[in-house]
Structures are given as C-alpha cells and as structure tokens.
Design a protein around this ligand. Structure first.
Ligand code: S5P
Length: 483
C-alpha cells in the first residue's frame, strides 16, 4: 500500500497547495484520480487493491463504478475476476431506450459500488440510489481513498458499509515517512479534515440533540454568530445575505403568512416586516393571486429588508419541477429569493431547480425533518438529504428541519412548528418553543405561522417572537461572541 501511495503522489493524483473545492471550501490537499488512466500499471494496482479490500463482498456480486473516474477501475476489477458489471449513466439517453443503467441484472441482485475518493459519500449515494431504484441491493461500497470527512458514517446511515484501501491520515503518514511532505503539510491537512467533517445526525432513538461543538474542537455552528458564519468561505452568497440580514435586524424570525387573500398577505407583510428576516408564503393557497402581487411583496421586502421564501415544496422529477419553478401563473423563480424542496425525487429534481435558480441568485432549503406527527423523514432520509445539499451548495443554503442535521456552520436550519406555547393542532402539527428550537436544538431561523397570525395585534406578536428567538440565540453563543 505504501508503494501505491507513493505512485499516486508521483502521478500527481495527490497534490498539496491551495485549492478551492467544488463545495467552495479552500483545501490544502487535492485528489485527482482521473490522471491514473495515463498510468496503466498504476490503474491495475488500484483495481487489485480495491479487489483485495472488497474480495469477501465482491465474489458473488455485480460491480458498478461511480461515473466517470471509477468506471475504468471497476472494469479492470470485473474483467480480472470475471464478475459482471453494470454501468450507470449520468444522464438518460435522449434516443432509443432511456435507460439509466446498462447491463443485465434481476431485481434482488446484489451490487457493489466502486469509487475513487469518498468525502461526504454523496456520489456513492447517488449511484446507490439509481441501483436501488432498479431493484438491486446495495450494501457495500469500495473506495480507494476515504477523506475521513463523514462519508463513512453517512453511508452507514443509508445501509452501506464503506471498505477503503487507504485513509487520508494513512496516506499523509506514508508520504511523511518517505520524505515526500513535511510535518507542516501533514498538520494543515489534518486540521482541514477535522474542521470540515460532514457529520451524521444522531440515531433516531436519541433524545433531542443538545448543543455540541464542531468535530475537531473548533466552535460549532451554534457557537458562532450569524455574522461570523456569513463570512465563512464555505457559506454561499445567498446564505450570507440572509445571515447578515439576521445579524443586522437582530431577527431570526420567519413569519409564515398563511392567509387566503392577497390583501391580507400584503397587510401581514407590512405589519411584521420590521421584525422578520424572512416572510414565507404559499401563493398557491391564495384565493385571488394576481400577477402584480409578487412585485408588491418584493417592494415591501426591499423597504423592510427581509427575504421572500415561497414554500412550494417541489418534489417532482426534474423536468416537471423546472416548469413549476420557472413557469405557471406564479412564476416563482422571478420573485422568490428562496424556495423549499423535498429531496424525495433524487438529485435530478434539485439539479433542475438549481439550473433555474442559480443564475438568478436564488437559494433553496431542502426539507430534512418535518414538524408533523408521523412524518416519514427518517434518519437515513435526513442523511441522504444532507449529502444532496452538500453536492449543490451553490443553490442549497440549508434545511427545513426540526433539528440540526449537520454541524456545518455554513448551512442553515430553518425550523417550522414554533409557538410560545408548545402543543399542536388537530391535524398533526407539533409545536416547540423558541428556546427549545434556537436555544437547545441550535436551529437558526424559526418559522411561526398561527402563533403570530392569530394574535389580535400581529405586529406586537411578531415583536414578541423576534425577542424570544433573539434571546435564545444570544443565550447559546459563547460569552465572547454574544451580541
Ligand atoms: O415540516 C414542516 C415544514 C413546513 S415548511 N412543517 C410546517 O409546518 N411547515 C410550514 O410551516 C407549514 O406549511 C406552514 O406554512 C408553517 C407552519 O405554520 P403554523 O401556523 O403551524 O406555525
């Protein structure tokens, strides 16, 4: 394995310096395993080492490489050991059979996923999802390099065991022992890895999450101020816009303006405007939506400095979701700063929404854990949602969730089901208090609908919630950063 690590270094599949990752993070280490196609002996070595770590699970399984880098690697493994292979397409063909998966298989067959590098596990999950949608069983994934940034745990949450040839720590030790890197480089890589771990949520049976520092000992999301988080390199432009606005207005309140008439909606926007960072709408629930309403709302949003969140909860296949976002009578993309979407339809739906939203500077909140009783948003689903968000950080600024699903301070948690009096309604809604949501659970924005709307004085109620949310936030900050 030591020789393989050195050969990867020589082939420049591992590089050190200052790199900006796809996620926007600045990293001192970069892996580019694509280069190994130019080094046939190295490719064979990689395939053999992967077979060695996966021998016990591969001998009777189909193999599927994550496109594209792992495709030739899986091919070498499959031919050398006479195992049948499957090929996953990244896009369905536009002609002939619109198959996403090529090769012969039957429902119930076991398939092992092969990948070059695993960070959060999202690319393995994407391929595993396609395989599972075709009735295949996916229980194991083989990876050359585990970056030790939470991928193993996230995959375990989705029922997949990760078998790795090498971890980043091991790789760094080998390169240090062989005089290829110095101690300072090893230290900067290990600091980066421990500070940028995608964490998996606690198991379903655990009590409500308490506030914990980020892995590696640094201040976690809950201990940093909104302003500090707005300035992190990994925070997207739309997330920092919201975080700065929250800090400036001293508000982590989103009022859910669930009313029937457009005039009522405008009146609520006017009444709560000074106290909110977000105004959430359901324009498809209005009895009298007209094309001029969005501009009138946008005007109020500009003058009171809040963002508009249309709670559309997109959930369809990409082709349909794109039309729903861009077109129709509501033309949501043209005015809503943020939208909500379910992860249920897989990455294609999100891709389609991002294709429309990113060029317009819009953002999306993925629904990770719903507030309603009996919600089907299970731990595995929540973890897969986090992986999906991480793969589209340019569009996804966080989650709708009743608990934190990641410690990453650049992702926001927006929590519905909030009232000063805990309890619920007769249709399964469950309420938590601002102190529980922001103070104890470490969520960032609280969504309040009826708690404000049913008050006799809507402005006074919004002010009360604003204060309660802000007090809970200040209480959770380290004394040094409390404002
Ligand atoms: O899990 C969820 C997700 C959302 S977006 N639970 C929710 O209640 N919501 C929305 O938050 C819901 O659609 C409604 O608009 C608002 C809660 O309103 P309230 O009147 O119960 O506070």
């Amino acid at each position: 394995m030591e020789d393989l690590v050195e050969a990867l270094f020589e082939a420049e599949a591992v590089k050190f310096g200052n790199f900006t990752l796809k996620s926007g993070l600045a990293s001192p280490i970069y892996f580019d395993l694509r280069v190994i196609v130019s080094h046939p002996r190295l490719m064979l070595q990689v395939a053999e080492r992967l077979w060695d770590v996966g021998r016990s699970v591969c001998h009777s399984a189909l193999l599927c490489g994550v496109p594209y880098t792992a495709l030739p690697i899986a091919t070498l493994m499959a031919t050398a050991h006479e195992r049948p292979m499957l090929m996953r397409r990244k896009e369905a063909k536009q002609y002939g059979t619109a198959r996403m998966l090529e090769g012969a298989f039957a429902a119930g067959d076991v398939c092992v996923v092969v990948e070059d590098v695993v960070t959060s596990g999202s690319s393995v999950l994407e391929t595993a999802d396609v395989l599972r949608q075709h009735g295949l069983q996916v229980r194991d994934a083989l990876v050359l390099l585990d970056r030790e940034q939470g991928g193993r745990e996230i995959l375990a949450g989705a029922g997949i065991t990760l078998h790795s040839v090498c971890t980043v720590s091991r790789l760094m030790q080998v390169l240090l022992d062989r005089g290829r890197v110095d101690r300072a480089t090893v230290d900067s890589v290990s600091a980066f890895i421990s500070q940028n771990r995608a964490t998996s949520p606690p198991p379903a049976s655990s009590p409500a999450p308490s506030l914990v520092p980020a892995p590696g000992g640094g201040p976690g999301a809950v201990a940093q101020s909104y302003g500090q988080r707005a300035r992190l390199p990994s925070t997207s432009a739309v997330a920092s816009r919201l975080l700065l606005l929250m800090e400036e207005k001293r508000s982590n309140l989103c009022v859910s303006a669930d009313v029937r008439m457009a005039a009522e909606l405008l009146a609520v926007a006017r009444a709560v405007g000074p106290h909110v960072c977000l105004l959430k709408t359901h324009v498809d629930a209005l009895d009298d939506f007209t094309a001029d309403l969005p501009e009138r709302l946008a005007e109020l949003a500009r003058s009171h400095r809040f963002l508009l969140l249309e709670d559309r909860k997109f959930a369809d296949i990409g082709h349909t979701a794109r039309r729903q976002y861009q077109g129709g009578v509501f033309g949501i993309a043209s005015w809503a700063d943020l939208v909500t979407a379910h992860a249920v339809s897989g990455p294609g739906g999100l891709e389609a929404l991002a294709g429309v939203g990113v060029p317009l500077g819009r953002g999306c909140l993925l629904i990770a854990k719903m507030s309603s009783q009996g919600a089907l948003t299970t731990q595995g689903y929540m973890q897969a949602t986090v992986a999906m968000a991480e793969a589209r950080r340019d569009f996804v600024l966080g989650f709708i969730s009743t608990e934190r699903v990641t410690h990453d301070p650049s992702l926001l948690h927006v929590t519905p089901g909030v009232k000063l009096q805990p309890g619920g309604d007769d249709l399964g809604q469950q309420y938590l208090t601002p102190e529980e949501v922001v103070g104890r659970r470490g969520c960032d924005v609280m969504v309040v609908g009826r708690g404000v709307l049913e008050a006799t004085d809507v402005t006074a109620a919004a002010r009360l919630y604003q204060q309660a949310g802000w007090d809970a936030y200040c209480g959770r900050l380290q004394p040094a950063t409390a404002s």
